[in-house]
Ligand binder design. Structure first.
Ligand SMILES: *[C@@H]1O[C@H](CO)[C@@H](O)[C@H](O)[C@H]1NC(C)=O
Ligand SMILES: *[C@@H]1O[C@H](CO)[C@@H](O)[C@H](O)[C@H]1NC(C)=O
Ligand SMILES: *[C@@H]1O[C@H](CO)[C@@H](O)[C@H](O)[C@H]1NC(C)=O
Ligand SMILES: *[C@@H]1O[C@H](CO)[C@@H](O)[C@H](O)[C@H]1NC(C)=O
Length: 447
């Protein structure tokens, strides 16, 4: 049964992609589409081995996850409830699929690569990394990740001029993983962890959209993790935003996540201890009935069940976003969606990441920063810092967070025209990519 369901999903997907690709690309006509000037994008036609075939092996990597259940609705996953139109059990790793589907309704597509300002590769780079990460037969070849598509693009039968025109500087694709998973030195084969996609000179010139960039990024730019909220129209977005504004926040701070149980000092452990210690404690002059709420998401139990954390987030003023295996977390965006003010403990968790979506200069307006060393080694209490922020200031910060909601969410594909006029995470990512490519091309032509 499951296999049949998957096959049907795939058939529908490929049919859908096929019809859209062939109906929506029109020739650039600057007269009739002045709004598309400098924004034309060509979608490279790739063989299925670089995208759809990678979905058909969705159950092959048990060490990772059987990700077949996350494929429906073009990667948004199943709805959380039968009667919802906006909430899905979205797995962030499906962003490559979600992004591809959204690209197909981008208003300035052109079938003519030489008229395009950028070339999008619908390559599911993160899904293609799974075999190198989780299949022992591929461990030793992690430096090969990406070479196939490079060879395809430069093969004499596949119009290599599309790549060569700008040496790949105008190409971009999505790799929905932290860059850490894709940036092992080429000489480390077999590596401790990860592939070398971002280390291959073949890809130095492209723009890669990831969940997290390296401390010294080169090709990659970080874009938001998808959350579970994908509204199809303005009314549903507006009603969520007003619910967020009206929500009574009876908890000062919340941490939704796992970890922190080891004996060695780290920020998650400090949070856990502070939270345990504050149980039953009211505070903030009776403003709060609880100072700290700990939603235990160990073993991935919250991942596809947004109800578990969204409700508590709606009831909290601050959401703690400590680093885990890597500095960034999806939870940062779930929290923003709930109007919960993020508290960061590392600059790499967001400030140094999402330059397009969360402008660095405004960070202090919508978030709190507490260096993790001060908490872990100097005994600074997070509660004290947060309780010390004046109420008016908290209100202002929350309003800024609420204003960010449309920018960090990925609206549903095929959404209403009204909602399309508001820039969401996808629109901002594409806009940033076009700008980045434009300045890259200018630099190259100067040198
Ligand atoms: C949701 O709808 C499907 C088909 O319409 C039905 O089979 C299923 O029982 C419903 N689930 C719930 C929880 O109502
Ligand atoms: C991978 O490399 C290791 C160490 O060089 C070797 O022991 C192992 O047999 C290799 N595995 C495969 C599948 O080639
Ligand atoms: C990257 O661009 C440079 C020029 O800017 C070019 O010399 C180099 O060959 C390009 N790399 C690839 C793999 O196309
Ligand atoms: C827990 O509370 C006690 C008493 O208020 C305090 O002395 C101790 O430092 C607290 N521990 C932590 C980890 O906050």
């Amino acid at each position: 049964m499951a296999a049949t369901a998957t096959a049907t999903t795939l058939l529908t997907l490929s049919f859908f992609f096929f019809t859209l690709v062939n109906s929506h690309q029109s020739d650039p006509d600057p007269q009739s589409s002045p709004e598309c000037a400098n924004r034309w994008i060509h979608i490279r036609n790739l063989p299925p081995q670089f995208n759809l075939d990678l979905l058909s092996t969705c159950s092959l990597f048990p060490l990772f996850d059987d990700f077949c259940p996350h494929l429906p609705n073009h990667g948004l996953g199943h709805k959380t409830h039968n009667n919802t139109r906006s909430w899905f059990r979205t797995d962030p790793f499906m962003l490559e699929l979600i992004f591809h589907r959204r690209m197909l309704e981008y208003p300035c597509l052109t079938p003519n690569p030489s008229a395009a300002d950028a070339v999008y590769l619908p390559y599911y780079a993160g899904l293609d990394s799974l075999r190198y990460l989780y299949d022992p037969n591929y461990y030793n070849f992690s430096s090969h990740h990406g070479l196939n598509i490079y060879q395809f693009l430069n093969h004499h039968e596949n119009s290599p001029d599309i790549w060569n025109r700008n040496n790949g500087h105008d190409h971009f694709f999505v790799a929905s993983r932290p860059a850490w998973d894709l940036s092992q030195p080429l000489s480390n084969d077999p590596p401790v962890w990860g592939t070398s996609l971002l280390e291959l000179p073949e890809f130095y010139n492209v723009t890669v959209l990831t969940f997290e960039s390296r401390a010294y990024p080169w090709q990659e730019v970080a874009i938001p993790y998808p959350t579970s909220f994908h509204p199809p129209n303005t009314a549903l977005l507006d009603s969520w935003v007003s619910r967020v504004r009206q929500s009574r926040r009876t908890t000062l701070m919340l941490f939704a996540g796992g970890g922190g149980v080891s004996a060695s000092p780290n920020i998650r452990r400090s949070i856990r201890m502070e939270c345990d210690n504050s149980t039953g404690d009211g505070g903030g002059d009776g403003l709060y009935t609880s100072l700290c709420d700990f939603v235990d998401c160990s073993n991935g139990i919250c991942e596809h069940d947004p109800i578990k954390f969204m409700r508590p987030m709606l009831q909290s003023t601050f959401c703690l976003q400590p680093p885990g295996d890597t500095p960034t977390r999806r939870s940062t965006f779930d929290g923003i969606l709930a109007g919960c003010i993020p508290v960061f403990f590392e600059e790499q968790s967001a400030r140094k990441q999402y330059e397009w979506h969360l402008p660095e200069a405004q960070f202090g307006d919508f978030s709190v920063f507490i260096p993790k060393e001060d908490v872990v080694f100097k005994g600074l209490r997070i509660l004290d810092v947060l309780l010390g922020i004046p109420r008016g200031e908290v209100r202002r910060m929350r309003e800024k967070v609420v204003e960010l909601i449309p920018r960090v969410m990925y609206r549903k594909h095929g959404s209403s025209l009204g909602l399309r006029s508001k820039k969401d995470a996808f629109d901002i990512a594409v806009e940033g990519t076009l700008e980045r490519i434009k300045s890259r091309l200018q630099e190259v032509s100067v040198h």
